[in-house]
Design a protein. Structure first.
Lengths: 214, 127, 531
């Protein structure tokens, strides 16, 4: 029964009110996401330039990717975004058990995403479709390796963000089980939620740009 | 008093809104895969980007709550898109407009490509 | 010995109380120490390479060592010293004080950013001992892909330092939005706060692009992703686009907080409200925004398209407008002011003089046709040293003298400060004005040797670097001496109006005994007479 006791939240000493504390955290998160956006944005600029230079090569290259796996992973990530908002909502209405279940589901979807990504990567490694120094496959365009340089950089950094997100989700789970999140306080949930949706957002663009060319 | 304070900063969104957005995102994913089968020529990219932007807007406005969050956060996010646009724009003012380098691909001198070339139409052999 | 009041310096004791502190003032001091060390190191490299250039022949260093020296000078000065200099040290110390807040919005994140800075600095130091880089601080491809020196560790160092800078930026933006004291409206903020705000915007928007650029360079070296490597079908000029999308705004990360300090100094030492408060505040934001539109002027001779060059040239001129607005307003503030010539004000005057030269030559270099001739000559070197050192470093030192009594509760020796200022001004102009002449005569930058006809000017410049060094050593002496033997400082030695002077020197841990309520503008010297 002790599990169901809500732990009260204490406002940090340098804030005057809970509202000030929450709004500060939220603004901080949004500003952080702004820098994330520029971080990935630069990669999209590079993508755009090389696609403009070698349109035929991009069409050739995307045939080596499995759009089925990409589409599956898109659905998985969208589902994880959905379970994330539901987790926050559960905290808002003081439903502890659904909160924990939704967080677990989000974590599960993240794991599935990385699992599928692992299968895709293994396949690429097997066929030698890798960045320049490791590229060993046949192709029509002599620039084919550039696509895989971009592909691995973009999906690799995105995967790294998923991994960080999974770490954050585990942290949230521990705190949720301890009863730290309830209708009076769920700031960390909401912040990680914003981060998680941002990671989803990046994939929403990566999927058509890498898997569905031509 | 604490509760009043609270209510003014948090919106509890109905479950059906979240479910509706979830379903819409799935439909749009299906749509983007579906339209990719047709060739619109140079509009392929545009169509894919428009669908992606609709999906992104749903995530940003509903899941991330910018629809209800009218504070500076909203401004910060949309303003930063302008800077990203500037980055795209000014790089594209340079590279496609360079006079000494055309669209043709075989313009690199001393290109050391690791690709084992095959003729168009020939299927690549994977070891 | 008189009773020492409780303050943030003596509130808790022991090394642990410093290394685990969440107090923004202590973190500011820790940054200040690191930054001073970095400045000393970068200065040492500068003296070494100036010494080598006293003659066109080999003196102490080989050509390769010379390449490493100027690279390390640039990398240390840019990434370890000047980018974090004012925001992370003075800014950290002052921002909550000027806002009437107890601390920054995220104190833990603030401490984290210091540790990230130290971690990044360790990478840079490792790179120095493990075969120092020789690519120039700009890491241009394709040479940086092929160079046998330790490019990766230095690049990762700069990458990590970038994160420290981003975290500071995020923290400051939130602090300024959410932590202002009651009554402290946006237009009652000290102009230093506006400047730090504009700086933070650039830190948050531009630094991630540097991060990804350097990461791509590391991937280029390790995996050959090819996008910057012409041998693999990539484009080295694309690297320059990426690099300068950060690094041009970054020079405004360096100068904007310096401009903020100028506004504080001119009002206090003229005892007069600032002329055109709103114009100065908005010009900071305008500089921040325009700074993202001009990066291509570093690529005028790199082979970017003619259209891009013309657009970038035109946009570059625009930056001169908000910069000039500030300079005119500072001059107008001095007009009929009650001017007190104290050390900080001398640095204000030094800044005005040197920054104008740096700014005007910047407009010259923004002109396409002229830049083709002056590109990569000593003219450019002189230009950016006039802005960066004559501007930012002068302001940083001026600010340091201004807030020194507040930070440590001690007064420094005013006479020695005046002498040091004279040495710094004389030495600086000897080093760099000479380089304007050398550059306009065609002396290319980063060259190990040169034509005999340039030798007298080079020698003069080198002697100047010694004069400059004497000035800085003297300054280090009397500042450290003041900590031990200085007179105790009152809470408001200059009679300034902003909030940080309304609490004791040094301040208590949570800054103010009671949260202040603000009822007037930051430079409302008329208020003082009424009360």
């Amino acid at each position: 029964m002790s599990m169901l006791v809500n732990k009260p939240h204490h406002v940090a000493h340098h804030f005057a009110s809970e509202a000030q504390e929450f709004e500060s955290a939220r603004l901080g998160m949004w500003v952080f996401l702004v820098q994330e956006l520029l971080f990935f944005g630069a990669l999209f600029v590079a993508y755009g330039i090389f696609r403009w230079w070698h349109p035929q090569m991009f069409i050739e290259a995307h045939h080596y990717l499995s759009w089925k796996m990409g589409a599956f992973n898109t659905v998985v990530l969208i589902a994880s975004s959905f379970t994330m908002v539901m987790a926050i909502r559960s905290a808002q209405v003081n439903e502890r058990k659904p909160l924990i279940s939704y967080l677990l589901l989000t974590l599960l979807f993240a794991g599935v995403f990385l699992g599928v990504k692992y299968i895709e990567y293994m396949e690429k490694i097997h066929h030698g479709l890798l960045p320049g120094h490791f590229f060993s496959a046949q192709g029509v365009s002599e620039y084919l390796h550039l696509f895989f340089g971009i592909y691995f950089t973009m999906t690799g950094l995105h995967g790294l963000h998923i991994l960080v997100g999974m770490g954050l989700l585990v942290w949230l789970l521990v705190r949720a089980i301890r009863g730290e999140f309830h209708s009076e306080f769920y700031t960390p949930l909401e912040m990680v939620g914003l981060y998680w949706h941002f990671v989803d957002l990046v994939w929403i663009f990566l999927f058509p740009l890498l898997y569905l060319i031509g | 008093m604490k509760n009043d304070n609270h209510a003014s900063h948090h919106v509890i969104v109905p479950v059906k809104t979240y479910v509706a957005v979830f379903v819409a995102l799935l439909i749009l994913t299906f749509l983007t895969v579906f339209v990719a089968q047709f060739d619109f020529g140079s509009f392929n990219l545009l169509v894919a980007l428009i669908v992606a932007m609709v999906k992104a807007s749903l995530v940003v406005m509903i899941f991330m709550g910018l629809k209800w969050n009218k504070s500076f956060d909203r401004f910060a996010f949309f303003a930063c898109l302008i800077f990203l646009f500037i980055f795209f724009l000014l790089v594209f003012v340079d590279i496609p407009l360079r006079s000494y380098r055309g669209v043709e691909e075989s313009q690199h001198i001393n290109l050391k490509s690791p690709v084992k070339l095959i003729a168009p139409g020939e299927a690549p052999v994977h070891h | 010995m008189s009773q020492v009041a409780l303050n943030y310096l003596n509130a808790t004791k022991g090394l642990k109380s410093w290394f685990c502190t969440l107090d923004h003032k202590r973190i500011g001091i820790m940054y200040l120490i690191c930054i001073a060390v970095a400045f000393g190191l970068g200065g040492f490299f500068a003296l070494a390479l100036r010494l080598e250039l006293i003659s066109p022949k080999e003196i102490l260093f080989t050509a390769k060592q010379y390449n490493q020296l100027f690279t390390l000078h640039g990398a240390v000065m840019v990434f370890l010293f000047i980018v974090p200099s004012i925001p992370a040290s003075l800014g950290n110390f002052l921002l909550p004080l000027q806002l009437g807040a107890k601390d920054v919005a995220f104190p833990r994140l603030n401490l984290t950013s210091w540790y990230v800075y130290v971690f990044g600095a360790l990478f840079c130091v490792y790179s120095m001992v493990a075969g120092a880089v020789d690519t120039g601080w700009t890491f241009y491809t394709p040479y940086s892909i092929d160079s046998a020196t330790s490019v990766i560790s230095m690049t990762l160092g700069a990458f990590i330092l970038g994160f420290s800078s981003i975290l500071t930026g995020v923290n400051f933006i939130v602090t300024i939005h959410k932590m202002r004291a009651p009554g402290l409206t946006w237009f009652r903020l000290p102009l230093m706060v506006w400047a730090l705000y504009a700086t933070s915007i650039i830190q948050v928007l531009a630094t991630p692009v540097l991060a990804i650029t350097l990461l791509l360079l590391v991937l280029e070296r390790t995996m050959g992703i090819g996008i910057f490597n012409p041998a693999l079908g990539g484009d080295p000029v694309l690297f320059q686009h990426f690099f300068w999308f950060y690094s041009h705004p970054a020079v405004y990360i360096m100068i904007l907080p310096a401009m903020g300090i100028m506004s504080e100094l001119v009002t206090t030492f003229c005892r007069k409200d600032i002329f055109g408060y709103k114009m100065i505040a908005f010009s900071s934001l305008a500089i921040a925004i325009i700074s993202f539109l001009v990066w291509g002027h570093h690529l005028f001779v790199s082979g970017q398209s003619d259209y891009a060059a013309m657009i970038f040239s035109l946009l570059t001129y625009l930056v001169a407008i908000p910069s000039a607005v500030k300079v005119f307003n500072w001059v107008a503030t001095m007009y009929r002011g009650s001017i007190q010539i104290k050390a900080p004000f001398l640095y204000f005057l030094g800044f005005m003089f040197l920054f104008c030269i740096g700014g005007f030559t910047g407009v010259m270099l923004g002109a396409l046709s002229l830049d083709v001739h002056l590109h990569d000559t000593y003219f450019v070197v002189a230009h950016f040293h006039y802005v960066m050192m004559g501007g930012t470093v002068m302001a940083f030192i001026g600010g340091l003298h201004y807030w020194w009594p507040k930070m440590f509760g001690r007064m420094y020796n005013e006479t020695l400060a005046l002498i040091a200022w004279a040495f710094v001004m004389l030495g600086f102009n000897m080093v760099f004005f000479t380089q304007f002449i050398l550059g306009s005569k065609g002396m290319p930058r980063r060259y190990y040797s040169y034509l005999d006809q340039f030798q007298p000017l080079h020698a003069f410049s080198t002697v100047g670097s010694w004069v400059l060094a004497v000035g800085f050593i003297l300054m280090a002496f009397y500042l450290i001496d003041s900590l031990l033997n200085g007179k105790k400082a009152p809470s408001n030695p200059w009679g300034a109006m902003t909030l940080e002077w309304q609490t004791q020197s040094p301040p208590i841990t949570e800054n103010f005994l009671e949260t202040p309520v603000v009822t007037h503008g930051p430079y409302d010297f008329g208020m003082e007479k009424q009360s």
